[in-house]
Design a protein around this ligand. Sequence first.
Ligand code: AQP
Length: 341
Amino acid sequence: MKRRVFSGIQPSEVIHIGNYIGAVKRWVALQDDPAKDNIYCVVDLHALTVKQDPEVLRERTLELLALFLAVGLDPAKSTLFVQSHVSANAEGAWLLNCVTPESWLKKMTQYKDKSAKQAERGREGTVLTGLLDYPVLMAADILFYDTHEVPVGEDQKQHVELARNIAERFNYHYGETFIVPEPVIAKAGARIMGLDDPTVKMSKSMAHVQGHAIRLLDEPKQIERAIMRSKTDSGSEIRFSADPAKAGVNNLLTIYQVLTGKTRDEVEQDFASARGYGDLKKRVAEVVIAEAEPVRKRFAEIATDRGELERIMRIGADKARAISEPRLADVKRKMGLLLPM
Ligand code: AQP
């Protein structure tokens, strides 16, 4: 039997190189593994955990689907769908809410960080229930699709572990039902850091800060500028290092490593005769542009064909419903709900 892979990304901003390296690029590679059955989702319900402009959110949802296609996700190989088009995800989240201790959610690092940041903004920054509860929605995304593997960046590991705990708790109370999924975190590139501050994760919510992120749809000039201005130290040694002072160089080398597919030794060899960080930055910028430019060009063609995007969304949602609805009915029955006759 094939192993089911499920992952998603929010249409909250144009994706950055961290999202691409930590998640989406790996999804594309998984499509060609005959042992996997892949489902990738535009998780628009998750985006509602912070205030969105409705028109912008609709546009970004279509954009993200177009970007899925532009990077090489193929609806003939993977199920691609928009989360809110399939009601099982949200319905399933409610059912899982009723087996998830509230204390588990309050312990989530991302909730603690994001709610603290929002609280700093006073009334405007009201922390919504959805922000606390969104890991349960993520658990529903994963569990109602009988998922074995969830390829994510390091920041999402804790949420996949929560999904595991919820599955185990449900199975204990109601009998064997859910597959207990595994987070699959890449060895290299699971946490790409901000170019302006290599001690913090590159983040969509910081993408508006100049020089923080490289967006996948940035023009070559913008990419080059962001990398050439990225923060490094005052030294000149180009080596992988866990030293916090060398985090900027380490981050650039990691981006280069993942995009070239080379080993750490090969990467260090490539820069053995470099004259300093200027050479490193120039070469990293070339590699990022070579990866991003074809995506930007394909995106420009695909994004204008609204009819085709709608067709792909419909097919994806039908396939997703066929997988999740039987599991939803099974869970409802086990929990004591009377199914419609
Ligand atoms: N910096 C990163 N390095 C590697 N992987 C990353 N991911 C996110 N940031 C990095 C992975 O990308 C996917 C995005 O999932 P998401 O839709 O939950 O992302 P998000 O929360 O909208 O985006 P960010 O960038 O994570 O924004 P903030 O920090 O503002 O919340 C996931 O697989 C994630 O692990």
